[in-house]
Design a protein around this ligand. Sequence first.
Ligand SMILES: N[C@@H](CCC(=O)N[C@@H](CS(=O)(=O)O)C(=O)NCC(=O)O)C(=O)O
Length: 217
Amino acid sequence: MAWQLISATPSPYARKVRIALQEKGLDFELKTEVPWDHTTETPQYNPLEKLPVLVFNDGRPAIYESHYILEYLETKFPEPSLLPSLKDADDRLLAKQIEVVADGICDALVLAFFEGLREEDKQSKPWRDRQMRKVEGGLRALASWVEQSKSGYLVQNRLTYADLAAVSVLGFMAVRLPQHKWREQYPHLEEYWKRLEERPSFVNTRPVAQKFTDPVV
Ligand SMILES: N[C@@H](CCC(=O)N[C@@H](CS(=O)(=O)O)C(=O)NCC(=O)O)C(=O)O
């Protein structure tokens, strides 16, 4: 039995791991679920009850938290590499910083999305505005990194975790916040996103909205 990746169709965090596993040629079974439904398996493996979770097939404890899973994969399976080497420490750290910003945009988007699902009179506009400020700030940072890129990739001249994280959040925006004007606001960011979305490991991990069975409370 291959490793299992517990994932959800819209998850930008899980998408990073799905792409990395494919880019590194690692065999895995995709286990798609809705982590807010009572049927979720995440609590069996992750005390934080979140996906993605990578479940091994040899009894080793499962691992969770997307950036940690990516670190694990790069450490254990360094070729083909998806991070600059330690001798290029600044580039390696920049790739991780870009992942921090991309994941942070996702975190804010998730909080704003669920706030918007509450009954109108229970929603906090200041709270949603705060989250959307983080989304705007994060997009501005990603757009700036794209402007600085000479190679078509965010760090050095090849695919790294920075690109997996940036493209995953932009694809998530397209699903969760299709009315947002980031593509008009940052045309180079849109060009970068569309170009990378054509890579096979991105094509077959495109995000899709999910249906909740249980109310998310
Ligand atoms: N920091 C975590 C965030 C993961 C996360 O928030 N996952 C969501 C699913 S999704 O938003 O990615 O689709 C989840 O499991 N949420 C369930 C919960 O928060 O209880 C990571 O990077 O793995």
